[in-house]
Design a binder for this molecule. Structure first.
Ligand SMILES: Cc1cc2nc3c(=O)[nH]c(=O)nc-3n(C[C@H](O)[C@H](O)[C@H](O)COP(=O)(O)O)c2cc1C
Length: 630
């Protein structure tokens, strides 16, 4: 009888998995009663067959049912027919713009801000990823879940299915069916079962689960995940295949290129054969990180595109700093979509088409040359208002219209919080009371914790010249909304001054507003130095703009990168041996004087937590660059 019990349990489990209805208990109870009352083994198998056919026919008929019309509950992926590959991608509206997964930085509010710049017609064109979440920690620790994924107010205390039944009123932020889709949730993992368990928690609130195969950080090396799984294809296959076979939504993967095109192709084929519906290919090698980031190689992506079947959906990643780069990348790689991370952090409007000339409104600034971008004060305001509306769930403060130089002069009314003037902390050290309040306001909300780093990215060129704003932002603690409101006010004032200054003497800004800057950088992605790209991207300091990372040799030359003692020693030793080698060579071939560059071979380096002098930030401490996990 025990054997039959297991058969029946298996059938009931299959039934539950396929159609997602947890009637396991009643099916089992019924089966068990029947099995227990049976007199002969023949009866047992008869009953098990009957129940099996009953279960399977129900499964079939329920699976063929049309999807349930929208109800008060979130759509149940379990009841949708599972699409994979291109059919799945098309069902999302074939998005071309992809907001990258970014640890601590692609959280709900930032995704909303990014989405907010897309026109209603283009909104389906943007797909967003959550930050990478550690799958094992997610399954083991309720607090960790609460701090990383907040689809409901009541949290994710119990695994999956019961969440499907939660009423709409309980829906909160992540993966909200009306405002935060399409959404892929990214996990890192090295245990297929833990990955599946983690995925089941979030399955009802997203469109696909993505596996991180690109994180190059030391923490990923120690934890054996991300790009450090590259050596274990068998494990990668198992991780992807586990989700492919067991989830009701598709699985996707984000990988880096390998040392050769051929190897990368083989790798991608393996990932696809395991069941990945979409692959994102970051065109950099695992050790291209930090100041060694360099340029992504789009030619490898094109190579994959030409050799993988048409049904394969590929997202290209790397070298996308500006809106126009998206189209260049689509054209060169023939990928289905283009993902941007750093470009989006510095300019969250990157995916949106700029407004037509004459329809700039107050938020978009255009210079004499016709080039422009969204104003930082406008983007900052939108960001704050999204936080009020969705995260804090209270109305944003009443704001006066953004300043335009053409406005009639009015007294500058101080932006207020709930009607009362917020405390002005301009450059002042916090008082004891403020410190106490800050402590009380300590938050675990991923959306509030991300604010300061986001604003440093967004305002980079502005704080480079407005040190009092940099200092005030540096002192704004997570959760202290009044402090951020104060920074916003300071930014609005600065932008107003900038706009007036431009009107008074536009020529002063010519180096940031060059009519032919873009033409001079015909193909910045292939340039040996970053100078042309910097020129093409630069805008006046009040306009959102990409940050162009200096290439390694430039960072060394500028002194913004220093070597650790170990590396210095190694470089010195290399320099000595290189000198000897050169001397020997010179003796042998006096006419072949090769100038060796030991710097090229530098190993690990330490990056000073400072930014370049010409940024105006001197050697000030800045918040550490967030972790780049892909
Ligand atoms: C702050 C930051 C955090 C990142 N976190 C993740 C992550 O969680 N998962 C991931 O796959 N990649 C992560 N990445 C890598 C990006 O998704 C992307 O692959 C990489 O930055 C290259 O794209 P880009 O040239 O557009 O910046 C992160 C990058 C940045 C800048």
């Amino acid at each position: 009888m025990g054997e039959h019990f297991h058969v029946l349990k298996g059938i009931a489990l299959v039934r539950e998995r396929v159609i997602g209805v947890p009637k396991l208990d009643s099916v089992l109870r019924q089966a068990f009663r029947l099995a227990a009352s049976a007199k002969a083994p023949g009866h047992l198998s008869l009953w098990s067959r009957t129940i099996a056919s009953m279960t399977i026919s129900q499964t079939k008929s329920e699976a063929n049912e049309p999807p349930t019309p929208a109800s008060t509950n979130p759509p149940s992926p379990a009841k949708r027919r599972k699409l994979t590959g291109r059919a799945f991608y098309e069902s999302l509206g074939s998005p071309k713009m992809i907001l990258a997964p970014m640890v601590d930085q692609s959280e709900f509010a930032w995704r909303m801000l990014t989405r907010s710049f897309m026109s209603p017609e283009a909104s389906k064109d943007l797909l967003a990823y959550t930050p990478m979440i550690h799958s094992r920690m997610f399954t083991e620790t309720p607090k960790f879940r609460d701090h990383h994924f907040q689809p409901t107010r009541s949290g994710l205390a119990t695994p999956p299915r019961s969440d499907l039944e939660k009423p709409t009123a309980d829906l909160y932020l992540d993966g909200h069916p009306e405002i935060d889709r399409p959404l892929f949730v990214q996990f890192c993992a090295n245990e297929p079962d833990a990955l599946l368990e983690a995925a089941r928690y979030v399955e009802p609130f997203c469109d696909a689960i993505d596996l991180n195969l690109g994180c190059p950080q030391g923490i990923a090396k120690r934890g054996n995940y991300g790009a450090f799984l590259q050596e274990d294809w068998d494990l990668i296959y198992k991780l992807i295949n586990k989700l492919h076979l067991n989830l009701d939504i598709p699985v996707t993967a984000k990988m880096r290129i390998l040392e050769s095109k051929e190897k990368t192709l083989e790798y991608a084929q393996m990932v696809l054969s395991a069941g990945a519906s979409v692959i994102t290919v970051h065109g950099r090698l695992r050790d291209q990180k930090g100041h060694k980031t360099g340029l992504a190689d789009w030619s490898v992506l094109r190579y994959l595109r030409e050799r993988l079947p048409h049904d394969t959906v590929i997202f290209a990643n790397g070298n996308v700093l500006r809106h126009e780069d998206i189209y260049k990348c689509l054209e060169e790689t023939r990928a289905d979509g283009v993902m941007s991370a750093e470009g989006n952090l510095h300019d969250p409007t990157i995916f949106a088409k700029p407004p037509n000339i004459g329809s700039e409104g107050r938020e978009y600034w255009r210079g004499r040359s016709g080039k422009g971008g969204y104003r930082m004060d406008a983007v900052f305001r939108r960001y704050m208002d999204i936080l009020y509306q969705y995260v804090l769930e209270k109305p944003p403060p009443k704001r006066s219209p953004l300043f335009l130089p053409s406005d009639p002069p009015v007294e500058d009314p101080r932006t207020t919080l709930n009607g009362s003037a917020s405390e002005d902390t301009e450059g002042q050290p916090p008082t004891k009371k403020q410190k106490r309040d800050n402590k009380q306001q300590r938050t675990t909300s991923p959306n509030l914790l991300a604010m300061q780093p986001h604003l440093f990215h967004l305002l980079r060129p502005l704080v480079a010249t407005h040190h009092h704003i940099r200092d005030a932002l540096g002192k704004s603690r997570a959760g202290d909304i009044a402090a951020f409101e104060n920074v916003l006010h300071m930014v609005e004032t600065a932008v107003k001054e900038g706009l007036l200054d431009y009107e008074a003497d536009p020529a002063k800004y010519d180096n940031t507003d060059l009519p032919n800057a873009q033409e001079q950088a015909e193909d910045p992605s292939k340039d040996e130095s970053s100078v042309a790209t910097v020129r093409a991207c630069r805008r006046p300091w009040w306009v959102c703009q990409p940050y162009v990372r200096p290439l390694l040799k430039e960072a060394l030359a500028k002194g913004s990168l220093t070597m650790s003692k170990k590396d210095k020693r190694r470089a010195e030793e290399e320099a000595v041996s290189e000198r000897r080698r050169l001397e020997e060579e010179e003796e042998e071939e006096a006419d072949k004087r090769l100038i060796g560059n030991p710097m090229r071979e530098l190993g690990e380096m330490t990056e000073r937590e400072s930014v370049d002098d010409d940024d105006g930030l001197g050697r000030r401490e800045m918040p550490k660059q967030s972790m780049v996990c892909g």
